[in-house]
Design a binder for this molecule. Structure first.
Ligand code: F6R
Length: 366
């Protein structure tokens, strides 16, 4: 059942190219220049008239929500708020009838997300679900939705659910952007064609595995680890840190790279590995200067860079290369080496990768 892999998590990491294809198959038609999603099409007025999108989720799904904030803003020019379901439900949230609420959940059973959906519905919002498990409670409780067709995710640490959630949210953002006239026909075609290359680019990214193993070997005994990213890759930094924490039990924190100087920089010394997402898009120069600041304090840099990068390569202790793509799609690639890194460190430390202590696949307690 693990198809020759040592763990479900590794199998699921390697399934991502296929899972993403399964998620966009039949929905994205690059030759026709069309995105077709019944849950969105049937409610298109609600989406087009939305003054705001509120995303509610927990954990890794919340990170996918954060990625979508950048996508909805860039592609569709819709303001987005991303909320932890557990915080949202215990506040007195302001929700209007022209808000669209998107609830993201792999399992479709997360109690906090479910409770937040109920509140949003009571307040009159339209609630759209992005779930992986077909027929799950959240998929039934929402007004409409789109399934991520990732297939069963058995490893407790979420991997392919995350990238397929981002895929769905990308499709929705592109579709709305097109229909709102924010994206021209030719741009739209270019975006679809580029998204269509992502599975193959993930295949190539998976080839970093050998290099990731070397990095894991070098830092497996670290007590702490920082993850930095900016813009679209800030949520990827958070997700990378969460993956490391939950399966290797190494303390890790994700930060927007520019926030470093407001505090975390005090932590940097020769014992601190810092994983930096420094792809050649958005804020590259700024991230390069963050790397210099870390190096001058003797921190160790593991940089995720665009293939062929030379400037970061000179400064970093290790580099992990991903193929070039448009900035909006980089999270789908930069996430991959971070998943592999947490996986290999956990295996080297002899941890129970698929069933980390104290965690459950679906959190049905509030
Ligand atoms: C992280 C992880 C958890 C879940 C969270 C939400 O790897 O698995 O953080 O992402 O419990 O679960 P779902 O998406 O099922 O609502």
């Amino acid at each position: 059942e693990k198809a020759g892999y040592d763990h479900f998590m590794l199998k699921e990491i390697y399934e991502q190219p296929e899972a993403i294809k399964d998620t966009y198959r039949g929905r994205m038609l690059p030759e026709k220049g069309l995105i077709r999603m019944s849950g969105v099409d049937d409610n298109i007025e609600k989406f087009l008239n939305a003054k705001r999108i509120i995303v509610i989720a927990c954990g890794t799904s919340w990170h996918a929500g954060l990625v979508s904030e950048y996508l909805f803003e860039d592609f569709a020019r819709i303001p987005v708020e991303v909320e932890y379901a557990s915080e949202f439900r215990y506040r007195n949230p302001i929700i209007n009838e022209d808000d669209v609420v998107i609830a993201i959940s792999q399992s479709g059973e997360t109690a906090d997300t479910m409770a937040a959906i109920k509140i949003a519905k009571e307040k009159g919002a339209f609630v759209f679900g992005v779930c992986n498990v077909v027929g799950s409670s959240i998929s039934r409780e929402t007004h409409a939705g789109a399934y991520t067709h990732a297939g069963p995710e058995i490893g407790v640490a979420s991997t392919k659910a995350f990238t397929t959630q981002i895929t769905i949210l990308t499709l929705i953002a592109l579709k709305l952007g097109k229909q709102k006239g924010e994206i021209s026909n030719s741009q739209f075609h270019a975006y679809l064609n580029e998204l269509n290359t992502i599975p193959e680019k993930i295949e190539r990214t998976l080839e970093t595995n050998e290099e990731v193993i070397k990095v894991a070997e070098a830092y497996k005994n670290a007590k702490n680890c920082l993850y930095l990213g900016r813009g679209h890759n800030f949520p990827v930094a958070l997700e990378g840190a969460l993956k490391l924490k939950e399966i290797s039990y190494i303390h890790a924190e994700g930060y927007p790279a520019a926030e470093m100087k407001h505090g975390p920089i005090a932590l940097i010394d020769e014992m601190m590995p810092v994983v930096v997402i420094a792809t050649k898009k958005g804020h590259y120069e700024k991230v390069v200067s963050n790397i210099q600041e870390i190096k001058s304090r003797k921190g160790k840099i593991i940089a995720v860079v665009t293939e062929g990068d030379t400037s970061v390569k000179q400064m970093a202790d290790h580099i992990l290369e991903v193929p070039d793509t448009i900035e909006e799609f980089t999270p789908l690639l930069t996430t991959i080496p971070l998943q592999l890194l947490s996986y290999h460190i956990a295996v080297m430390l002899d941890k129970n990768v698929d069933q980390p202590r104290n965690l459950a696949k679906s959190v049905t307690v509030e």
